[in-house]
Design a protein around this ligand. Structure first.
Ligand code: BG6
Length: 490
């Protein structure tokens, strides 16, 4: 049974409160947690933005967006109103000088003794100015916490500048760097699966695993975020953070406990062992793509260039053969793949085991074992085993899944959005699912080298039709290794 343990009372200030992330994810997440009784009555949520709104108009905005982003949440309208009564709005230009921040000081008055959180759901260029203003305005108390959304910088140097600037005001143990993939149910399940089952860990190494595939396929395009995305591309937007974090959780050694630093230290070791991809192997080990027009879920969709309104060389797809140079994983490739406007939304980790050393049932009988962790949609775990096909007519080997569909097993339980857990973890002060500064640095060091290699001779992104699995070069990359992406008909 899901259990809702109330968090301590808090004051949460959301900068960028009228933005897409806040309305689509943060307020719906808070609404759900409130309805489940996890948010104490004395907590306050203060939206901050430049828009000329008052508290009533802002509450209306949040109320209206809940229909779209938290459908079905407000069966009890009175409860919904109660949630809204915890919300206030402060109109503020975050770059304004400290005296102009007085309304925010006023809104936070009387909050002594409560957990104080500043959530920066703004352009990253505002992270440092906001942290500085919070210090100047006397709002950043020694215990207050700051939450930073990705992207933190666009390379190692800019990320360091952000972390230095924010770090001058907030200590590392009060800094919560969000990677929302870490808040997804199945991602946490990966740790449980690995470290709560005796069965898994002894076979989790180069001795038995042939390779690992991590796919995060999206069917959406850039959704009006063209300006940001075109300067970023799939490597910075998805690989440097989400995919590398998933790789870390597959590859890390057992942490001594679930203590935040125990986990983060193990992740850092994986990132440090990631082999750099330089100019000599960028063509063999990476593929970039950009979507052209096509058919996605039966609808005709435009090309990326058309969507953003100009020609571009930014990658909307990337496939990478990553390698982790340590004793456990040497020689086991981690194939990473992510792209926009692919055939379907699907995030999956596939652990492909080696073939049996001898085939006593004849060559080609059955296939190597495969553990598939489905992150979204249809969360679940499938272990593909070889069994005897029932019935007479000789001994036929068939590959079939042991299927743990979470929807069937835990039917009726609503899957909380990643932000629900992450926001409550910030209030609790649990840093386990947030990135430590040295992790972000290590991920950028690896990404920077790859970006430089692409710049110095990695060619241009290959075209792929929207609705496909990406450019054919991605399939060829695995084909050269005698392997193939796990793309079963669904
Ligand atoms: C974000 C990226 O971090 O993750 C987006 O900036 C991407 O481009 C999104 O669409 C994917 O998240 P999810 O939870 O929908 O898989």
């Amino acid at each position: 049974m899901a259990e809702f343990i109330p968090v301590p009372p808090f004051d949460l200030v959301v900068f960028g409160a009228t933005g897409d992330l806040a309305l689509r994810k943060l307020f719906p997440a808070l609404l759900h947690r409130f309805l489940d009784g996890q948010i104490p009555a004395s907590s306050r949520i203060i939206g901050v933005a430049r828009a000329d709104l008052d508290t009533d108009a802002f509450r209306k905005l949040v109320y209206e967006s809940r229909g779209k982003f938290a459908p079905g949440a407000c069966v009890d309208e009175a409860k919904c109103d109660e949630f809204l009564s915890h919300i206030a709005y402060v109109r503020l230009d975050a770059t304004a000088s400290a005296p102009e921040w007085a309304p925010l000081n006023a809104a936070l008055a009387g909050g002594e003794g409560k957990v104080r959180i500043f959530y920066l759901s703004t352009a990253p260029s505002l992270f440092v100015p906001i942290a500085q203003r919070l210090a100047e305005a006397g709002l950043a108390t020694p215990d207050s916490r700051i939450v930073l959304e990705k992207p933190i910088g666009r390379d190692l140097a800019s990320s360091r500048a952000v972390n230095d600037g924010v770090g001058a005001v907030f200590e590392e143990h009060n800094t919560f760097r969000i990677d929302h993939y870490l808040g997804k149910e199945t991602v946490q399940n990966l740790l449980v699966l690995r470290f709560a089952n005796m069965l898994i860990e002894p076979i989790w190494s180069r001795a038995t695993i042939d390779h690992v595939q991590i796919t995060v396929a999206e069917d959406i395009g850039v959704e009006g975020r063209g300006d940001y995305y075109d300067k970023s591309g799939a490597l910075r937007d998805m690989v440097q953070n989400h995919l590398l974090q998933l790789l870390c959780l597959v590859a890390l050694e057992s942490p001594n406990s679930m203590d935040a630093d125990a986990i983060r230290t193990e992740k850092l070791k994986v990132l440090s062992a990631l082999r750099r991809i330089g100019p000599q192997d960028v063509v063999a080990k990476t593929v970039r793509g950009q979507y052209r027009e096509g058919l996605v879920n039966g609808h005709k969709t435009p090309a990326y260039a058309e969507e953003i309104g100009r020609a571009s060389k930014t990658e909307t797809f990337v496939a990478i053969k990553a390698e982790v140079d340590n004793w456990r994983w040497a020689g086991v490739p981690f194939y990473l793949r992510t792209g926009k406007r692919m055939g379907a939304r699907r995030s999956e980790i596939v652990v492909q085991f080696k073939d049996t050393p001898v085939q006593i049932f004849g060559a080609g009988a059955g296939s190597p074992n495969r553990l598939v962790l489905r992150l979204q949609p249809d969360e679940g775990v499938r272990l593909w085993l070889n069994i005897k096909e029932p019935g007479p007519g000789g001994l036929r080997v068939k590959t079939a899944p042991l299927d743990l569909s979470f929807a069937e097993e835990f039917g009726g339980v609503r899957y909380p959005d990643a932000y629900e857990r992450l926001l409550m973890d910030v209030v609790r002060g649990n840093l386990a699912l947030f990135m430590r500064r040295d992790e972000v640095d290590a991920a950028w060091e690896w990404a920077d080298e790859l970006l430089a290699a692409w710049r110095d001779g990695g060619g241009e992104p290959h075209a792929y039709a929207s609705g496909s699995n990406g450019p054919t070069q991605s399939a060829l990359m695995l084909d050269r290794d005698g392997r193939a992406w796990w793309d079963p008909e669904r």
